[in-house]
Design a protein around this ligand. Structure first.
Ligand SMILES: Cc1cc2nc3c(=O)[nH]c(=O)nc-3n(C[C@H](O)[C@H](O)[C@H](O)COP(=O)(O)OP(=O)(O)OC[C@H]3O[C@@H](n4cnc5c(N)ncnc54)[C@H](O)[C@@H]3O)c2cc1C
Length: 410
């Protein structure tokens, strides 16, 4: 934890109250198991972890520390963007975080604020913020990941309901979610980006089947979600019918910014514990590597603050959020390598159970792929940066004005 040198009195006062709030309510890393990872083979453990995050989000909301930059009318704090950064800086050294609930708030909150009707905002934002309702993202499909706009899940309007049929995949925590934000093809005659509708769906609706995907470590972070004749009230559309690509881009930009700023938990505090434990704090090369990681984490947080500032003012981000996402993917490689080097052979040769530190290190090494693939792959973000930010020629592709139904797909 370190105070900024040029802090205003208002910022200093905010920092002091954040410090007091955390001291009263958050779990210090020193008092909990700092090596907890989120991959649990047992469903009950995975659900308990998810609910623990939800409970922390509720505490944040109840105590006025949730969505610090959102408008107060929807339960936010109405603070300037630096408030988030300060709370985050003060949170270092604590283990409390909202987990996946925090990711969905970061993705869906700004999207509802920017694109939803006042009725939908009033109906969904407060319960999103206090985690009374937990959400999942129903975007990717077996044939639509990087090229999300080619998605094939169909929705047809029947009176005052959309009838949805299709399959989604890689849906994080969908087995615990109460509601989902879903993309469906509603106009196959339109070009692929223009025939998509953004829908909000109750996950208990008849016709939804959630099948957890079991990973190599036995845990199920992801799911397949099958939708068969699912009825969604027509007023649960965000943005215009067939105009779902606008809100989708808002979700994707905020997802990239969220992952880019390092999610909810910076890694350097654990690395500092590891370095102290393995005698690395006196090694100048280790100190240098640690300093580089801390600098990158701080940089990512500051970039996140600038993006949030623009989003809050209804403006375009000052730079493509993909930039922070690509930076974060690189940082995750550095953190995993440093963690493994600090622990040495124990990082890979520890016993499968009863070795929480080794388990955390192995997860840290493997989680680089969650950061470089989840929320769009590094390759695709680099393509986007090349085209959108550097003005380089577009990738060769199909005619963007061709009807979706006529375009070849996976
Ligand atoms: C941790 C994690 C959480 C996730 N959570 C969710 C979720 O909650 N909801 C959800 O809907 N989805 C989720 N996803 C899915 C994620 O959005 C996709 O995995 C991602 O968009 C990539 O799509 P894909 O897996 O289909 O890979 P593909 O698109 O098939 O890509 C395969 C490979 O080809 C490369 N590639 C593809 N196109 C190009 C190109 N034009 N130029 C260069 N290289 C290219 C990619 O970089 C990649 O290496 C999650 C993924 C991860 C890893």
């Amino acid at each position: 934890m370190s105070d900024s040198v040029e802090e205003t009195p208002e910022q200093a006062e905010f920092r002091a109250s954040a410090r007091a709030f955390l001291a009263d309510h958050a779990e210090p890393l020193s008092e909990i198991n700092p090596w907890q990872v989120s991959g649990f083979p047992e469903d009950d453990d995975a659900r308990a972890y998810f609910e623990h995050g939800r409970a922390w989000q509720r505490t944040l909301a109840d105590q006025g520390w949730a969505a610090l930059t959102w408008p107060t009318e929807y339960g936010g704090g109405g603070h300037p963007p630096w408030a988030d950064r300060i709370l985050r800086e003060e949170s270092e050294g604590y283990g409390s975080h909202p987990g996946f609930v925090g990711a969905t708030i970061a993705m869906l909150g700004p999207t509802l604020l920017a694109h939803a009707t006042d009725d939908l905002k009033a109906r969904f934002l407060p319960s999103l913020l206090n985690a009374e309702v937990a959400w999942c993202q129903l975007f990717s499909e077996p044939g639509a990941g990087s090229d999300l706009a080619s998605l094939a899940t169909r929705a047809v309007l029947d009176g005052d309901h959309w009838i949805v049929d299709g399959q989604k995949v890689w849906n994080s925590c969908a087995q615990f979610a109460d509601w989902g934000f879903l993309l469906a093809r509603t106009d196959p005659e339109a070009p692929k980006h223009r025939g998509i509708t953004f829908l909000l769906v109750d996950m208990t609706s008849p016709g939804i089947e959630v099948r957890p995907l079991v990973q190599a470590n036995g845990s199920s972070h992801f799911n397949e979600v099958f939708l068969s004749d699912v009825r969604i009230p027509a007023d649960q559309v965000v943005g215009e019918a067939h105009g779902g690509w606008g809100p989708t881009r808002t979700v994707l930009a905020n997802e990239a910014a969220f992952i880019g700023r390092g999610g909810e938990t910076p890694t350097s505090d654990r690395l500092r514990i590891l370095a102290a434990r393995h005698g690395g704090l006196d090694d100048p090369t280790i100190r240098q590597r640690l300093a580089r990681i801390i600098s990158r984490e701080r940089l990512q947080a500051l970039m996140g603050q600038r993006i949030q500032s623009a989003v809050r003012d209804g403006q375009q981000p000052p730079f493509d959020p993909a930039l922070t996402k690509v930076l974060a993917a690189g940082t995750k490689v550095l953190t995993g390598e440093l963690a493994a080097d600090l622990a040495g052979p124990a990082a890979v040769a520890g016993p499968p159970s009863g070795d929480p530190e080794g388990t955390w290190i192995r997860a840290e090494v493997l989680n680089r792929f969650a950061v470089s693939i989840g929320g769009g792959t590094t390759e695709v973000h680099k393509n986007n940066l090349a085209e959108r930010s550097l003005g380089l020629p577009r990738e060769p592709g199909t005619d963007p004005n061709a009807a979706w139904k006529d375009v070849l797909r996976n």
